[in-house]
Design a protein around this ligand. Structure first.
Ligand SMILES: [Zn+2]
Length: 455
């Protein structure tokens, strides 16, 4: 979002009327109105429309855009802290325009993008370039994470002070582990000195080498090369100990295994500054589903879908707060990278346009309350990375997501704004849909022909 666009919003008011406003930061969950002005939240409460009419004296102010939100949830704009926008270098997979259009359609008003691009974001000039490009081309707010090491090679550290000054919000070699413990120690110490979180893709490369799916009975029966859960958990064990000693903020990306959850729980109890995320697909699916889907490469990602017991442990960890938030690890690929036998296909699936519906449909309200869902998708990622948003408090950015919790639809990758079509959820019927997304008071997505059910 550019400054220019925010200035254009000055004076324009948006009244979101009669929705169920869910804002855990304010302990708020009730039917009321939200008023946006100058790109920010001006007020939240009952009867804000009547007040505007009174102030306008002769009827509603024509400068006010009124959105009828009856029957909808009105929540602080969602934040996806783990997205691959493939820019620069792989724009046949995704561009800033398509990736952020996908984010907007999925209800996300901010994304943190990963630096494993071509070339990688290991240089302040590239981070600055991406930020400037995003101001022109992106529909939502884009916060770059920079590379932890030069060329993502896991050897020499990138210049964290300059990267931070250029706008990086974290450092990570995501997509690759930092294999050498001595390098990881220095990454954590240097990041702590610069106040940057370190996001780790926890994978012990000798344990995971050659693997295609979770190592266990399902892989063994199919003769698929396995990736053991310990490939993840031994690295997490190493890194929480190193982070404790360095006094660094360690964030564990895409947690997949029960062992990892236990280690995070232990580290948090010790007071280590560790946070963690999980993806919707690891909460929803397990290795048995990969076999049932006939080893379709759209079910292949890293870390892999693990056992049913691992999946249960992840859900528990979301419920008890061991896992801080949900992020999609949106990883678009071109068909040529996926249209291969399972062991050879690329790792990764898209997630921005399906996350809200999948989570609502599977877990809300039975396992996750509506308010907790908003914490997991907005408030917590904002707090963990110190990003603007995550609440509808007056003065906060006018980033708002409107969700119809009842609407049923069928996921069809042909309708995605993302250039990626690689999802295991094609054809799945889900309940719950993002119908409108506003960034800085401006509508950046509106579901075509949205029939809102007034309940
Ligand atoms: Zn990763």
């Amino acid at each position: 979002m550019s400054q220019a666009r925010e200035v254009m919003n000055e004076g324009t008011k948006v009244l979101i009327q009669g929705g169920r406003v869910i804002d855990p930061a304010q302990g708020l969950d009730r039917v009321c109105d939200v008023l946006l002005a100058g790109g920010r939240v001006e007020a939240v409460g009952e009867g804000l429309g009547d007040e505007l009419i009174r102030r306008g004296a002769a009827g509603a102010d024509p400068g006010v855009e009124v959105i009828d939100a009856r029957g909808l949830w009105v929540v602080p704009g969602l934040i996806d802290a783990h997205v691959h926008l493939r820019t620069p270098g792989e724009t046949h997979k995704e561009t800033l325009a398509t990736g952020t259009a996908a984010a907007a359609a999925g209800g996300f008003t901010s994304v943190v993008c990963m630096p494993n691009t071509r070339p990688p974001l290991d240089d302040p000039i590239r981070v600055e370039w991406l930020r400037m490009k995003a101001e022109r081309e992106a529909l939502v707010r884009v916060y770059p994470a920079a590379a932890a090491t030069e060329g993502l090679a896991g050897e020499r550290l990138a210049p964290y002070g300059a990267l931070r000054a250029a706008g990086a919000v974290a450092v990570t070699d995501d997509g690759r582990p930092i294999a050498r413990a001595g390098v990881m120690r220095r990454v954590l110490e240097y990041a702590a000195a610069h106040g940057l979180p370190v996001l780790v893709h926890a994978e012990e490369p000798e344990l995971s080498a050659g693997g295609a799916m979770h190592e266990g009975p399902v892989a063994a029966a199919a003769g698929m090369p396995g990736i053991p859960d310990t490939a993840e958990s031994v690295m997490v064990a190493r890194d929480v100990l190193l982070a404790e000693r360095a006094g660094a903020h360690l964030h564990i990306l895409h947690v997949s295994a029960e062992n990892t959850v236990s280690l995070i729980r232990w580290a948090k109890a010790r007071g280590v500054r560790v946070t963690a995320e999980v993806t919707p697909h690891h909460l929803l699916l397990c290795d048995e589903d990969v076999a049932a889907a006939g080893f379709d490469p759209n079910w292949k990602m890293n870390p892999p879908l693990r056992s049913a017991a691992d999946r249960e442990a992840l859900l528990e960890a979301v419920a008890d707060g061991t896992i801080d938030f949900i992020a999609t690890d949106h990883a678009p690929h071109h068909a040529e990278d996926k249209d291969l036998p399972f062991p050879e296909a690329s790792f990764g699936i898209v997630g921005l346009e399906t996350a809200v519906a999948l989570l609502l449909d599977a877990f809300v309200p039975g396992i996750i309350s509506p308010s907790r869902l908003v914490e997991l998708l907005s408030l917590r990622p904002a707090r963990v990375f110190g990003l603007p948003g995550g609440t509808l408090r007056p003065g906060a950015p006018g980033d708002v997501t409107l969700i119809d919790p009842h609407q049923e639809w069928v996921i069809d990758p042909a309708d995605f704004r993302s250039l990626g079509r690689n999802t295991p959820f094609a054809g799945r019927r889900v309940r719950g849909r993002v119908v409108r997304t506003l960034v800085g008071g401006r509508t950046v997505f509106q579901l075509a022909g949205a029939e809102v059910s007034h309940r």
